[in-house]
Design a binder for this molecule. Structure first.
Ligand SMILES: *Cc1c(COP(=O)(O)O)cnc(C)c1O
Length: 401
């Protein structure tokens, strides 16, 4: 059988994202397996401390996954059936679902077509169209790793008494420049009340499953700790009574959203390479940028202007998204060549569940139009130059057919 020489050298499928595990990572997990604690041990606090330092926040709470992190946030903020929370349709559904877990109403709002980020001006119009107190909070998402301008969201939130959860699942290590010219790292707690991260294998730091909440607010921090472990506390200062050394109280209806020590050991080990991984992602993005900039028929997303600091970028590049007219054609063509590009995201409001809550196609034209054209190309630190070259060749070949 004859074989296409290109395919022969690229037998291994190239996914859009994948984890990068080293011998050190494996060793860290093995050591924890041989230690006294598989869960609720010292690795959890070590990972939290190191992660808080990495993003520049006061507090960090590690948990089972990014979705649990979001749920812990809505619990800590007291979201309930009266709450109306604004978020973007161009996100993983968990950004919206965390409101539903608490019985609240999700209010989607459209994106800025240039960046695919939640459009702060459209959010302002929405908020100002209703009396004060109508909305409870906003969940902007650093989509693809491009940080939202949280300062602008904070200002709007303060004017209307809203809270702010930053979904930073795509942007650990990312940053934007605020109006004072200061670099603000995603999740540093300067503008958002709470920020969340995910350690799913396609994300920057992989633990299999895992998540983190960061904040500078001590009261919220205490609530996150409580809700992570069944609403149970043993802290003598928080107890209503105290019957002795064994005594604990379940003060709220919490969950078991804990993360095991093995995974925190893996996270700690991965965190040591986070900056290197980020630099590699930015390098890959530059190569794509250069390759596509002059190709008619390929558009890329604009980086938040505030994130641009001369040559430096604040973009964390979880995804590298291009927009093309025949997206399905390109997706299928790349699959034929074992390039597993992916679509991020099907607008959340068009999911059957959210349609069941009254949303309709046509509600958010920018998001829906974006969805028609978007495709995420392979983007992960271990992507080789040769693989990237192959991806670029195939993309351009298809678009110029
Ligand atoms: C991955 C992701 C989450 C959820 O994280 P899990 O760890 O998979 O639960 C939340 N929000 C966004 C934007 C994500 O990409």
């Amino acid at each position: 059988m004859t074989q296409n020489p290109e395919l022969r050298t690229h037998q291994k499928p190239i996914p859009y994202g994948r984890q990068y595990i080293t011998e050190d990572d494996i060793q860290a997990v093995v050591e924890t397996l041989q230690s006294d604690y598989l869960t609720q041990g010292p690795k959890v606090a070590q990972f939290e401390e190191a992660f808080a330092k990495y993003v520049g926040a006061k507090y960090a709470v590690a948990c089972a996954n990014g979705t649990a992190a979001l749920h812990l946030c809505t619990l800590a903020l007291g979201v309930g059936e009266q709450s109306r929370v604004i978020t973007t349709p161009i996100t993983f559904v968990a950004s919206a679902n965390c409101v539903r877990y608490c019985g609240g109403t999700v209010e989607f709002c459209d994106i800025d077509p240039a960046t695919a980020l939640l459009d702060v001006e459209k959010v302002r119009q929405l908020v100002e169209s209703k009396p004060k107190g109508y909305y409870s909070g906003i969940i902007p998402v650093d989509f693809a790793g491009n940080p939202v301008n949280l300062e602008a969201f904070r200002q709007l939130a303060d004017e209307h008494g809203l809270w702010l959860i930053e979904d930073a699942a795509h942007s650990p290590g990312g940053s934007f420049i605020d109006s004072q010219g200061e670099k603000q790292r995603c999740g540093n707690g300067r503008y958002a009340d709470l920020s969340i991260f995910s350690f799913h294998p396609v994300k920057h730091i992989a633990t299999g499953e895992g998540g983190m909440v960061t904040t500078n607010d001590e009261a919220l921090y205490q609530k996150l700790l409580l809700y992570r472990t069944h609403g149970i506390t043993r802290d003598p200062e928080l107890l209503e009574e105290n019957h002795g050394g064994w005594y604990m109280e379940m003060q709220e209806l919490g969950y078991n959203y804990r993360i095991p020590d093995m995974l925190c050991a893996l996270g700690l080990s991965q965190l040591q390479r986070a900056e290197a991984g980020l630099a590699r992602r930015r390098g890959i993005a530059k190569v794509y940028d250069r390759a596509f900039s002059s190709v008619v028929g390929i558009q890329t997303l604009k980086t938040t202007p505030a994130a641009m600091h001369e040559e430096e970028t604040g973009h964390a590049y979880h995804l590298y998204v291009i927009r093309v007219e025949d997206r399905k054609g390109l997706y299928d063509y790349l699959r034929e060549h074992k390039i597993l590009a992916q679509v991020h995201y099907i607008p959340a409001h068009t999911m059957p569940y959210y349609r069941g809550l009254g949303y309709r196609e046509g509600d958010f034209p920018a998001a829906e139009h974006y969805y028609e054209e978007c495709l995420s190309l392979p983007m992960y630190p271990s992507l080789t130059q040769e693989e990237q070259k192959f991806v670029i060749e195939k993309v351009i070949e298809f678009v110029q057919r």
